[in-house]
Design a protein around this ligand. Structure first.
Ligand code: E4P
Ligand code: PEP
Length: 356
């Protein structure tokens, strides 16, 4: 080895500047109508989390967005369904742009909008923001996992609900980032099924933090937060088994109570709760619906991975040859099953309202 060999950038192949967040916000601004819609829908989520509104929060949509056109078609179908069931459900569309992978795999529309490894993140951020604004213009609230620590400045102010996922819930950096987010944030139990790290994360994100971040001008800055009061637990099952059944929900409620948090959980019908078998999602939802119909107020929301077409497909040649409206990450339930699940959940809320 040479004694004059460089000691930096040994593993950097390429770098380029991203446009500053302010430039994207100015190119694709959130007008007052969109802002009013986002404010209202966040407040509606908060009311459900606090138990002031007895509806169920339902976060439904593709595992990941890879095709803005089919995402918009999904939003266009979801909106009238959400309106029809709005007396019982608050429906928020899952619009996930950043995917945490177990090993390798496509990392989502923001990281790779071409689906070919070209990694045009500037374009990905543009497409993500445009889609969120289109949803807001229709009146469709949106939800996303916040995975990256730089990208939130480009789009997170448009979200009604955010998630910290099972792989990052133990990360101090994600917890402090969540303390800055303006939307309510759900924290998933870990991939092993651990609840304690998610409950710790809710407490950590509620507190003020001072940490390095990126300004709207794209400069490194130090930000001090006031803490996010709207953190809550998402039960997603884990390698130790599912945790949507009444006994698991009761265990989660006890853990929340003992740590001084409200006994409210969102239940993810996919991931560890379905063993990633999409056909099991309606069964999970039906079990939770039965708990609700029997009077339980602990489940205050559900998450579904759903798309126009059921199942999943592999990415083989970028966008070429893909089936329209079908997931390229986790398998999803299809549209008809989604309608049935949401109708079942609405019926459960009605049943809970009956005098006992
Ligand atoms: O919801 C998405 C996936 O479950 C997550 O990104 C992990 O996916 P992977 O195990 O296929 O990488
Ligand atoms: C990655 C996800 O979930 P989890 O963090 O529960 O694996 C997801 O909801 O897309």
């Amino acid at each position: 080895m040479s004694y004059t060999a460089p000691i930096s950038d040994l593993h950097i192949a390429h770098d380029e500047l991203l446009p500053e967040p302010r430039a994207l916000r100015e190119a694709l601004p959130a007008g007052e109508a969109a802002a009013a819609h986002i404010r209202r829908s966040r407040e509606a989520v908060r009311a459900i989390l606090r138990g002031e509104d007895d509806r169920l929060l339902v976060i439904t949509g593709p595992c990941s967005i890879h095709e803005p056109a089919s995402a918009l078609e999904y939003a266009g179908r979801l909106l009238p369904l959400a309106q029809r069931l709005q007396g019982e459900l608050l429906v928020v569309m899952r619009v996930y742009f950043e995917k945490p992978r177990t090993r390798m795999g496509w990392k989502g529309l923001i990281y790779d909008p071409g689906l070919d490894g070209s990694g045009d993140i500037g374009q990905g951020l543009h497409e993500a923001r445009r889609l969120l604004l289109a949803c807001a213009a229709m009146g469709m609230p949106t939800a996303s996992e916040i995975l990256d620590l730089v990208t939130p400045q480009y789009y997170a102010e448009l979200l009604t609900w955010g998630a910290i996922g099972a792989r990052t819930v133990e990360s101090p950096l994600h917890r402090q980032m969540a303390s800055a987010l303006s939307a309510p944030v759900g924290f998933k139990n870990t991939t092993y099924g651990g609840l304690a790290p998610a409950i710790d994360a809710i407490h950590v994100a509620m507190q003020p933090h001072t940490f390095p971040s990126v300004s709207l001008e794209g400069r490194a800055m130090v930000v001090t937060t006031t803490g996010n009061p709207d953190g809550h637990l998402i039960l997603r099952g884990g390698s130790d088994g599912p945790n949507y059944q009444a006994d698991s929900v009761a265990r989660a409620a006890r853990a929340l109570r003992e740590s001084g948090l409200p006994e409210r959980v969102v239940i993810d019908c996919s991931h560890g709760n379905s063993s990633k078998d999409y056909a099991r999602q309606p069964l999970v939802a039906a079990d939770v619906a039965a708990q609700v119909a029997a009077g339980s107020t602990v489940p205050c929301g559900l998450m579904l991975e759903s798309h126009l077409v059921e199942g999943r497909q592999d990415i083989r040649d970028g966008r070429q040859g893909l089936r329209y409206g079908q997931s390229v990450t986790d398998a999803c339930i299809g549209w008809d099953a989604t309608v049935q699940v949401l109708e079942g959940l609405a019926a459960a809320v009605q049943a809970r309202r009956l005098p006992r």
